[in-house]
Design a protein around this ligand. Structure first.
Ligand code: SF4
Ligand code: SF4
Length: 291
C-alpha cells in the first residue's frame, strides 16, 4: 500500500478535481483505491463520485462544564485561559464561549472551588462511502468549530487503520501549511503539489515546498489551468527548475470548468478533452511507479 498526498498551499487550484480523477483513473486500471478527504472545512470529493456517506465516528474535544452553584466568581480561571473563552462580569456572572475554547482544561485545574468539570462535545465527524471500486473516507468539521487539525487527525487515523487492503491511498489535502497538513504529509510516500500559474499560486507553492523540505518527501508539481491568461509562467518554470522536481501541466480548458461546476469526473465525462489527456498522463506515471 502506498500513500499519495494531493496538496498545495493555495485553495482553489484544483486539488480535489485532480485527486478524484486520479482515484477514478487508477481504479479503472484495477487498483484498489481508498480516497481520503481531509479538506474538513469543505469536503466535496464524494459529490464528484455521487457517493452517499454514512457517519462512522464522531470527533470529540474536551470542553469545561461550569457549575454555577459552586462558582464564587473569583476570576482565577480567566487568568489562565489562553484564548479568552471566559469572561467575568464582576459580582454577577462567568460567561463561557464554547466556540473559542481550545479544550486545554486549564480552568478546571486552577479552579479553587472545583466548579469546573471535564465534559466533551462533538466537533466533527468521520464518514465513509463507496462507489465500487473506490472507497472513500471523509472528515467534516461541525459548522462554527475551529479545531480542524483534530478532525484531520481523527480522519487520517481511521483511514490508516483501514488502509491495508488497498493498493493506493489518495489523500485530498486541505489548503495551507498548518499542523494538520504537516502531520498528514508525514505519512505520504509521494506528494503531488498542485498549483496554478498566478502570483498567489507561485508564492504558495514556494511555502508548500518549505514544508515538504522539512519532511523530505518525494514530490512532483502539477501546474493546473496552464495557459490561463496573464500567468506567471517563466517564474513558475524557474521555481520548479530550482526545486528539481518533475512537472505536469494540465491545460486550462472549458471542460475543466464544466466538470467542476457540474461535479463530473473529467476522465469519464470529457475523456477526449486536453485536460483529461493531461490527467491520464499523470495516472500512467503513477501506475508505472506502482508496478
Ligand atoms: S478549557 Fe482552556 S480554553 Fe477552554 S475555557 Fe478552559 S482555560 Fe479556556
Ligand atoms: S476559577 Fe472557579 S470559582 Fe473562580 S471564577 Fe472560575 S469557575 Fe468560578
Amino acid at each position: 500500500m502506498k500513500i499519495i498526498a494531493v496538496g498545495g498551499g493555495k485553495g482553489g487550484t484544483g486539488k480535489t478535481i485532480l485527486a478524484v480523477n486520479l482515484a477514478y483513473g487508477l481504479a479503472r486500471r484495477s487498483y484498489r483505491i481508498l480516497l481520503v478527504d481531509l479538506d474538513v472545512d469543505n469536503p466535496c470529493t464524494y459529490t464528484f463520485l455521487d457517493i452517499r456517506l454514512r457517519t462512522i465516528r464522531e470527533v470529540y474535544t474536551y470542553k469545561p462544564k461550569i457549575l454555577e452553584e459552586k462558582c464564587t466568581l473569583c476570576g482565577e480561571c480567566i487568568k489562565h485561559c489562553p484564548v479568552h473563552a471566559l469572561i467575568l462580569i464582576p459580582e454577577r456572572k462567568l460567561l463561557f464561549f464554547p466556540t473559542l475554547c481550545e479544550g486545554c482544561l486549564n480552568c478546571m485545574v486552577v479552579c479553587p472551588e472545583k466548579a469546573v468539570l471535564e465534559d466533551k462535545t462533538v466537533i466533527g465527524w468521520v464518514k465513509q462511502g463507496s462507489m465500487d471500486p473506490i472507497d472513500i473516507i471523509v472528515g467534516e468539521i461541525k459548522p462554527g468549530e475551529r479545531k480542524t487539525d483534530e478532525v484531520i487527525s481523527e480522519t487520517l487515523n481511521y483511514a490508516l487503520e483501514n488502509a491495508d487492503s488497498y493498493d493506493l491511498v489518495i489523500l485530498d489535502m486541505p489548503p495551507g501549511t498548518d499542523r494538520g497538513v504537516y502531520e498528514a504529509l508525514k505519512h505520504a510516500d509521494l506528494v503531488i503539489a498542485v498549483t496554478e500559474p498566478t502570483r498567489l499560486g507561485l508564492n504558495d507553492l514556494r511555502k508548500f515546498y518549505k514544508l515538504i523540505g522539512l519532511i523530505n518527501k518525494e514530490s512532483v508539481v502539477v501546474i493546473n489551468k496552464y495557459g490561463l491568461k496573464g500567468g506567471v509562467y517563466s517564474e513558475l518554470e524557474a521555481l520548479v527548475k530550482e526545486l528539481k522536481v518533475k512537472v505536469f501541466k494540465i491545460p486550462y480548458d472549458e471542460y475543466l470548468v464544466e466538470a467542476y461546476i457540474s461535479r463530473k469526473i473529467i476522465l469519464k465525462a470529457f475523456p477526449k478533452s486536453p485536460s483529461a489527456k493531461a490527467i491520464r498522463e499523470i495516472v500512467s506515471e503513477l501506475a508505472t511507479a506502482q508496478a
